[in-house]
Ligand binder design. Structure first.
Ligand code: V47
Ligand code: SF4
Length: 382
């Protein structure tokens, strides 16, 4: 039965009123309506709708996982203007590249830690090829079979597959057999060709990115999707990006999580572009939660957003705070994010989530519940 809302509870604007009625009735909003939210929706309005959707899907449950990162190299053949990380052409002296042994030493460092996931992501190094990474996956799996490997953005995969002269299907199947279990969401940036041409002209385009994720889904793998926002894109570009992801999700159902990534302007070729405001950040999370109705989860990546803002986002649609991480990720600290050495213990995350009146739940990569911390006293959080 359709919910009829009192006029007193609805905004005066007819477009917004229709959107609210749809959301409370569990109906999908259109691209045009999403644009209306960006143009006219106040933070309070979109926030309360997003919170309704979030609580309908997940109640107060807020997920986090225990993971660590391996960044094989910061050298990269590409020249994304927003990137503060790549060191192949500029600052070559600051470039690093890890050997298989060095990466396995990172894995072994966690031998006695209750981590469930390793996230592998880095620059695109011309010498680190498909075979090299397949060998890394095999070694990790041989050493710790239960560790879930989430690795390689579509940008890294596109380069690896082309260089190895493999189709996307062949390359993906090969890595899956070597131990790859899911893909992170990086490299999506903004799909719209005009913006992409200006911020990351030389890497895989929107269709290529989507094709790689679709293929992974067809092989039974789950993946995430990101959107780099708050730079030169406009509201229509954001809607276009989310619309293409929503359409692929309708087709495959293989995405787990949508992760908006706030553009940070430290030490890159777009340092003159101001960063988005906190209000715009929260509006974006809320609108994403309302529009991306077929994405089960919405994640705030705290190393980039800052922990207090990530905590705030739990009232604007977000139900996942990524992981404990440690200081193994450098992508954001190099781009000027507050978190210079991103590290949060399980206790820090549990406190952060409880302070927002939510229920902390540790999850595996695929959102299997590992432990519910809502009734755990903080002294016993390990
Ligand atoms: O694709 C690079 C972004 C991404 C900047 O799937 C920047 O669970 C902001 O995708 N300002 C890689 N963002 C990281 C990524 C990720 C992170 C955490 C979890 C998951 C997941 C995926 O980092 C790149 C790019 O969009 N990035 N430079 C910058 N200056
Ligand atoms: Fe390379 Fe990724 Fe940086 Fe682009 S964002 S230059 S692909 S490391």
């Amino acid at each position: 039965m359709a919910i009829v809302l009192s006029e007193d509870l609805l905004p005066k604007n007819t477009g917004l009123k229709n959107i609210a009625t749809k959301v409370y009735n569990g109906e999908r909003i259109t691209d045009e309506e999403c644009l209306t939210l960006f143009e006219k929706g106040s933070l309070g309005f979109v926030g309360s709708l997003a919170n309704y959707v979030r609580e309908k899907l997940h109640g107060d449950t807020t997920y986090f996982n225990r993971n660590f990162h391996i960044e094989p190299t910061n050298a990269c053949v590409y020249t994304c203007n927003f990137c503060s990380y790549s060191r192949l052409y500029a600052h070559r002296d600051e470039a690093w590249e890890l050997s298989l042994e060095q990466m396995m030493d990172i894995v072994k460092k966690y031998d006695n830690e209750p981590v469930t996931e390793v996230h592998i992501v880095g620059g695109v190094h011309p010498k680190m090829n498909l075979e090299f990474f397949a060998e890394l996956l095999r070694k990790i799996k041989a050493h710790r079979p239960g560790l879930h490997i989430k690795g390689f953005t579509a940008v890294e995969l596109d380069y690896m597959f082309r260089k190895a002269k493999k189709t996307v299907e062949e390359g993906m199947q090969y890595l899956k057999e070597a131990g790859l279990e899911s893909l992170p969401g990086g490299g999506a940036e903004i799909f719209a060709a005009g913006v992409r041409q200006q911020i990351c002209p030389d890497k895989v385009d929107a269709d290529g990115w989507l094709k790689i994720h679709e293929t992974a889904h067809q092989l039974g793998m789950h993946t995430n999707a990101t959107m780099l926002y708050g730079h030169i894109e406009n509201f229509a570009d954001r809607v276009d990006h989310m619309s293409r992801l929503r359409a692929l999700q309708d087709k495959t159902g293989g995405f787990n999580t949508f992760i908006p990534l706030k553009f940070r302007n430290g030490d890159n070729d777009m340092s003159h572009v101001p960063e988005s405001t906190l209000i715009e950040d929260m509006r974006l999370y809320a609108i994403a939660r309302i529009y991306m109705d077929n994405f089960p989860h919405l994640k705030a990546y705290w190393p980039m957003l800052g922990r207090q803002n990530a905590q705030l986002s739990l009232s604007f649609g977000v139900n996942d705070l990524d992981g404990t991480i440690d200081d193994t990720t450098k992508i954001y600290s190099m781009a000027g994010a507050e978190e210079q050495t991103p590290s949060m213990t399980t206790q820090d995350l549990v406190v952060l989530i409880k302070q927002a009146q939510r229920k902390p739940v540790e999850r595996g990569t695929l959102y299997n519940v590992i432990k519910d911390y809502s009734e755990t006293s903080l002294e016993t959080v390990g």
